[in-house]
Design a protein around this ligand. Sequence first.
Ligand SMILES: Nc1ncnc2c1ncn2[C@@H]1O[C@H](COP(=O)(O)OP(=O)(O)OP(=O)(O)O)[C@@H](O)[C@H]1O
Ligand SMILES: [Mg+2]
Length: 496
Amino acid sequence: MASEYIVNLKHISKTFGGIKALNDVSLDIKRGEVHALVGENGAGKSTLIKVLAGVHFPDDGAEIYIDGERTVIKNPMDAIRKGISVIYQDISLFPNLTIAENICIGNDTVWKKHLNWAEINALAEQALAKVGAKIDPAMLLKDLNLASQQIVAIARAISFNSSLIIMDEPTSSLSAGEVETLYKIIETLRNENIAVLFISHKFDEIYRVASRVTVLRDGRYISSHDLAAVERQELIRLMVGRNVEYLTMKAERISEQQILKVNRLCKEGNFYNISFELRKGEIVGITGLVGSGRSEIAKAIFGLNIPDSGEIILEGQPIVIKSAADAVKHGISYIPENRQLEGLLAKNSVCQNMTLAVLDEICKYGCIDTKKETAIAREYTEKLDVRPRDIDKPVGQLSGGNQQKVVLGKWLATNPKILIADEPTSGVDIGAKIEIHKTLRQLANKGIGVVVISSELPEILAVSDRILIMHRGNIVSAMNKEGATQEAILAKALGA
Ligand SMILES: Nc1ncnc2c1ncn2[C@@H]1O[C@H](COP(=O)(O)OP(=O)(O)OP(=O)(O)O)[C@@H](O)[C@H]1O
Ligand SMILES: [Mg+2]
C-alpha cells in the first residue's frame, strides 16, 4: 500500500564551513498536498530543498524516505528519477534549446541514442496540455517571458512523472495575472495527486494555495500546521520568534513642493504619454502587469532607457538625462529589479557592495578610507537587519533575501533626492519587509520623493500615498491610498 506521505525527512543537518545552515530538521509531505515552507531570510529553506533535490548532500545522521522507503538522493538526476523535481527561481533551463528539448532532455523514455523528434514533440505537447499552456514546443526557450519559462519547467516536471514538485519563491518575478495562472496550475497538480512544496514570503499566497505549512527558524524545525488552524499573526510569530506588529505608516507631511514631474514621456514599444508628478515626502506606487511598462519608465528616468519624446522636470527645471551618471548627479537613485545581474558583485564582500555607489565619497587621493567604508556598511547592515551581521562575507553566500537588503543599502547610502525602487522587497521575509517599508517611509519623511514599483498589491497598498496603475504602456488610473483596494487595482491592471 502506498504511504500517506510522499516524503519524510528526518534529522537533516547541513554545515557550510562551520556554519549550521540546517540543524536536525524534519519535514513530512503528504501525497498530493500543497505544503508551504516558511521562515525568515537565511532560515534554511533553500538549503533544505537542495538536500531533497540532490544538490547538497546532508551531514551524517540524515534519514530520507520517499513513499515510506528509506533512500539516499545521490544527485539532481537521481532526485528527478525518484519523482522529485525542483523549479528554481532562476528557472535554470537551456535558453538556446527549444521548449520540446527543454522538457524532454534527460528523459530516458524519449532521450535516447537516436532521437525521435516526433516522439519528443508529442511528449512535450502532452505535458504542456496538462498544465493548460498554449505554447508552441518548437519555440526557443529564450523567446518566452519568465512566467512562460516557469510553466515549461513545470511541464518538464510533469513529463518526468514527478510526485513532488518543489517551487522556490515561484511568484517573486510574476505579475498579478501570471500569478493567477500559476495558482491554477498548482490546482491542476493537486487534482493529479502531485504534491507541491511551496516556498514563499507572501502570506496572502500561502493561505490561498497551501493546505499545510512547516516553519523553519535559524536552521531549525519549529512546527507544522494545517493552515486552516493557524492564524497569520501566529505564523509570523513562529517564524520570527517574537511578536511583530505591522502598522502601515502614514506620510508625516507631503509638501506642496513638486520634486519631479514627468511630462508626456513616450518611447515606442515601451510606454506612451506618461505624465505624473512626485512631491517631496511622497511615495508614489506604480503597479501593473509585468510588461506593462513600469520598469521601462523607471529606467527612462534613470537614464538607462532614452525616451523618444517628453520631458523630465526636476525641482521645476527641465533636465536632460542621457546616462545613469547624469541621473546620479541630479540626485536620482534607482534600485533595479534584476539585482543578480544589475546590482551585485557576488564574489565581493557585503562591505564592498554596500559602498559601491558612494566610492567617490569614501575615496581620498585614490585610496579607500576603510574606516568610512566600514562605518557605512555597518550602518546599513544594522538598519536593514542583514544576516549574518558579517560585512566581510561574500555577498554570493548570503541567502536570497539578504542579498536584496545589501542592494537596497547600497542605494540608500547615496542619500538621494529621488529614490526609484523596482520590486524592493522581492524575496524578502516579512520582518525585513516591514523594516524596508519603514525605511522607505522614513526616507520620504526626510523629504525624499520615492517611487516604488511593485507587483505585490498588498505592498503597493501598504507603502504608497498615491497609486498609478499601468496597462500596456499607459497609465490607466491614478488612485489615492484611501479607498484603493486590491480588487480595484487588479481590475484596472488587467485593462478592465
Ligand atoms: N553555499 C553556501 N556556502 C555558505 N553558506 C551558505 C551557502 N548556502 C547557504 N548558506 C547559508 O546557509 C543559511 C541558510 O541559507 P538559505 O539560502 O537556505 O536560506 P533561505 O531560508 O532560503 O533564505 P531566503 O528566504 O533569503 O531565500 C544562510 O545563513 C546562508 O548564508
Ligand atoms: Mg532561499
